[in-house]
Write a protein that binds this ligand. Structure first.
Ligand code: TNX
Length: 647
């Protein structure tokens, strides 16, 4: 089977198609001592043409940066991670093709190259733009090379590659490398979806030198989530407590085929936690729908149970809502001259779009067939810059707040009132329609900027009518409206941990503890059902180490494999059984390519999958990393990796 060419599925800066790259931007970062941010120096060089008076430089950086007073540039405009500069003095760049700008200050110290410029363009006086190729920022002085080169393969061959490891397994006899699975009996009808999954991941379960006849049976008495798989010569028997558990058993069988099927196998298996999730940010970056399909496959292959899709944020709105077509049309695409300008690594050219109904329906069907529940998220009441630009009537034109979110967006909150209530009903109603199989819809609720709603006349009026002080507690009213809209659609609601600040007539299905490991215990103590997604262990957008060239965030520290694999959920006091499980999260700010996505996602996602399925953690980092090499990533097929097993 041919590996799909995922390389073509991600737009790269500097080659967006409708403008050719006619210049390059290089930058260096010098650290200062202590906690003071250092300085970036940026040099723009046009190729084959001169800079002209009136030219502006636009760029997106990982960390927000601003020019110091002594620089050769003055800020014309900025928003979050976007900065537009003009030369100072204005004639500085006349008659030259180079412009060097020293003394650009990041708002906090840069730790990785991707904190610096990641996209850039020149805006000309006539309204046209020149897209610049951006060379990753260099550190000056350069970092010494690493002590040992990064490992490129497994350090030892694991006895079994299965991932996650089943709870109990014994095997013996010769290993058969090319096995075809033939269905003798399958009342669940689940095998075709699993066989198709294996095929997409490069594992051939349909042809081979030997045939395995698979008999499937369902026995609800087996207990929650359990399946038993036995192989004896040419016969495989799978007894599962439910069709979902049967799917898990079939995926285990497909993994056995990928790595080689022993003559005799006994597996008895069930998950420790019901919620084994991955959350993906589809707003900050644009991923082709096929990349999302691949992520569904990768999650299913690791027997994850949930895939959360973060579909809206300040930077984009990615789903159709009939009553507000502008959300998708305006909120889905950003670019120079559009209502939403370049942000978060995109350049001057139009970037991204909303997903279509048809694309979303494909994800829903695919996930359903593979026992993965999709948890779609619309993030309110903060993180709403894109929605507010697309639907200006949701703003308060007289709001003088100027309140800034952590990510640098001003007044990015919904204003409570009748227009917003209708908006929430329509938006969450559409979300429910788009994801008919999702039992829980996620309403976000995170990171409302302090000071929100204190300077808005409309919020004040709402406050008078509802007897609430204009200020942070208004988030609770907006969350309640959204929760009601979700309940009206017959679904449960979930939110980030901030929603626990507000009492709500409708209990959340769960809250996601995210700021730190400590938050997990705090949310349990408050009596909530909790999903553990602590940034210092399960946020896979955190860089794996402190090296300058390593991609990722560092606000929760760097998170090496062991930090992820050692998180022991059994260590939390949970007498009520309220800790439903955990969730890895990959935020999009630093996902500049599918290579970066792979580098951040794996093998740490495997550590999360293993811990949540088995409940076993500490000291497993090496073992999991070794096994991980045999499993598919976004860009790597499982079968190619498995060939290495039988050299
Ligand atoms: C915090 S997690 C956020 C996201 C960022 C992420 C980056 C959460 C509820 N809010 O908006 O993308 O950190 O790590």
């Amino acid at each position: 089977m041919m590996a799909p060419n995922y390389h073509s599925l991600m737009p790269h800066n500097g080659q967006p198609g409708h403008e050719s790259t006619r210049g390059v931007l290089r930058s260096t970062y010098r650290r200062t001592t202590g906690n003071e941010p250092g300085r970036f120096e940026v040099t723009v060089e046009l190729i084959g043409e001169q800079l002209a008076p009136g030219d502006l430089l636009g760029m997106c950086t990982g960390n927000a940066i601003r020019p110091a007073e002594a620089s050769t540039a003055i800020e014309v405009e900025s928003l979050a991670t976007r900065l537009t500069l003009r030369p100072e003095p204005p004639d500085l760049i006349e008659g030259t093709n180079r412009w060097t700008i020293p003394d650009l200050l990041p708002l906090w110290p840069a730790t990785h190259a991707n904190d610096g410029p990641v996209s850039a363009w020149i805006e000309r006086g006539d309204g046209t733009t020149i897209t610049l190729e951006v060379v990753p920022a260099e550190l000056d002085p350069a970092e010494p090379p690493p002590d040992r080169p990064a490992s490129t393969g497994p350090t030892s061959r694991p006895a079994s590659n299965l991932l996650p490891r089943p709870m109990t397994m014994t095997s013996e006899g010769t290993i058969r490398t090319r096995t075809a699975v033939h269905i003798a009996a399958d009342p669940t009808g689940r095998w075709p979806a699993v066989a198709a999954l294996a095929g997409r991941l490069g594992v051939d379960v349909a042809t081979g030198d030997t045939t395995l006849n698979l008999h499937v049976a369902v026995d609800p008495d087996l207990g929650d989530g359990r399946y038993d798989l036995s192989i004896d010569g040419a016969t495989a028997r799978l007894v599962a407590s439910s069709p979902r558990a049967a799917t898990h058993g079939m995926i285990t069988l497909a993994q056995l085929v990928a790595g080689g099927v022993p003559e005799r196998v006994r597996i008895s298996d069930s998950p420790q936690y019901d919620h084994r999730g991955l959350s993906v940010d589809l707003a900050r970056r644009w991923f082709e729908p096929a990349v999302v399909e691949r992520l569904i496959d990768l999650a299913a292959w690791r027997r994850l149970s949930h895939l959360q899709l973060h579909l809206t944020d300040d930077e984009a709105w990615r789903i159709p809502v009939d009553a507000f077509p502008a959300l998708a049309e305006v909120g889905g695409t950003r670019g120079h001259g559009l209502a939403i300008g370049p942000l978060c690594g995109s350049s001057a050219a139009p970037y991204g779009r909303a997903y279509t109904r048809h694309e979303i329906a494909r994800w829903v069907a695919q996930a359903e067939g593979l026992a993965v529940e999709v948890v779609p998220e619309i993030d309110i009441p903060g993180h709403c810059y894109a929605a507010l630009v697309a639907v200006p009537e949701l703003r308060d034109p007289d709001d003088t707040g100027g309140v800034r979110s952590v990510q640098g967006f001003n007044d990015n909150v919904l204003i409570p009132g009748p227009a917003t209530t209708r908006f929430l009903q329509e938006a969450f109603g559409s979300l429910a329609d788009l994801f008919p199989n999702s039992s829980v819809l996620h309403l976000g609720g995170d990171e409302v900027p302090p000071g929100a709603w204190t300077k808005s006349p409309l919020a004040a009026e709402y406050g008078r009518r509802h007897n609430v002080e204009p200020g942070p507690q208004m988030a609770g009213y907006l969350i309640a409206d959204a929760a009601q809209a979700i309940a009206d659609a017959g679904r449960g609601w979930a939110g980030w941990q901030e929603v626990a600040e507000f009492s709500n007539a409708i209990e959340p299905s769960y809250v996601v503890a995210w700021t730190s490991r400590a938050a997990i215990g705090q949310m349990l103590d408050r009596g909530h059902r909790v999903i553990a997604s602590p940034a210092d262990a399960y946020y896979l957008d955190m860089a794996v180490d402190d090296r300058w060239t390593t991609p990722g965030h560092s606000w929760a520290g760097s998170t090496p494999m062991a930090a992820t694999s050692d998180l022991d959920l059994a260590g939390y006091r949970d007498t009520a059984g309220s800790l439903l499980g955990g969730q890895a999260a990959i935020w999009g700010e630093h996902i500049s390519s599918l290579e970066a996505l792979d580098e951040l996602l794996l093998p740490r996602l495997d550590a999360v999958a293993e811990a949540l399925w088995t409940g076993k953690t500490a000291g497993r980092a090496n073992d999991i990393s070794n096994r991980s090499h045999y499993h598919p990533t976004v860009l790597r097929q499982a079968s190619l990796a498995a060939e290495g097993t039988h050299r």
